[in-house]
Write a new protein. Structure first.
Length: 285
């Protein structure tokens, strides 16, 4: 099942079910007006949304044309966003940090930066949205709480000034893919709670980096969610994301600047886009 949130003038947008090929959608106001509402009672709404998705694929559901540029991030805002960065020293350990989640950019929304003197980095990755996770949950319980998978596109920048002390002072602006998918959509590419598909990054239409799913995550999302819930429970609608451990090429600050267009996407066999694409212009204010 594939879900998206369309701009409707509200803070949380309108939840829609999207076809497998990302060409059509149908609204579901009688099931849940927003994705967060659906996540709050997934035991009831999840099955109803699946029924709508199946009906749509069979042609028995009224649909409209789906345009990725009309989509917000699946959750335009979230109760919390937890990010994991894997160390590059081969230990396979993850550093967990909490990031601002009160607002996420849309996947086709331009990023406007007031100060780019300290350099800009594109940080692609994967993310999951979870149901309620109890404090101290083990990896099995944490994995069972994963409801949706999506792409992460984070743009970070750091001003050069006396108040900048270390990398933690970087400002991170996040966007997520136009569509979030249930893990079963990935079939064999969802293995040990890892996305085993290559993630590509293009800058101005030229390949700038490629992350192989088999190499990007020493730990699966089940372990990362359990780590995030070690000392406190996670509420339904929490996002856990991860940055890659290894990447071929990079979109680093040395080659990335205002005026560039960044595109992040994952495609399956047959050149089918799984989550839709994050494609954004980086602009200086």
């Amino acid at each position: 099942m594939k879900l998206a949130t369309l701009h409707d003038g509200s803070r949380d947008g309108q939840l829609v079910v999207v076809s497998k090929d990302l060409t059509r959608y149908t609204v579901v106001p009688n099931v849940a007006p927003t994705l967060q509402t659906a996540l709050d009672s997934w035991v009831h709404t999840g099955s109803r949304l699946r029924e709508v998705a199946e009906s749509m694929e069979h042609g028995s559901q009224p649909t409209e044309r789906f345009h990725e540029h009309a989509a917000c991030s699946p959750l335009p805002r979230a109760y919390q966003w937890i990010h994991a960065d894997f160390s590059r020293d081969g230990t396979g350990e993850a550093a967990i940090s909490q990031r601002a989640s009160d607002f996420f950019h849309g996947p086709r929304e331009a990023i406007r930066l007031a100060d780019t003197s300290g350099g800009i980095d594109a940080q692609p990755g994967f993310a999951v949205i979870v149901d309620d996770v109890p404090k101290g949950a083990d990896a099995t319980t944490a994995g069972e709480a994963i409801r949706l998978v999506m792409l992460l596109g984070a743009i970070s920048f750091q001003s050069e000034g006396p108040d900048v002390r270390n990398d933690r002072d970087r400002c991170v602006l996040a966007s997520f893919s136009p569509v979030a998918v249930t893990p079963d959509v990935l079939n064999g590419a969802w293995d040990d709670s890892r996305v085993r598909l290559p993630l590509s990054v293009d800058i101005d239409g030229e390949p700038a980096g490629k992350i192989e799913g088999d190499e990007a995550m020493p730990l699966g999302f089940a372990d990362l969610v359990a780590q995030a819930a070690r000392y406190r429970r996670l509420a339904a609608g929490s996002i856990v994301s991860v940055g890659p451990a290894n990447a071929q090429g990079s979109a680093s600050s040395s080659e990335f600047h205002a005026g560039n267009r960044v595109r992040i996407e994952v495609r399956k066999a047959g050149d089918l886009s799984v989550f839709g694409a994050i494609e954004q212009d980086i602009e200086a204010e």
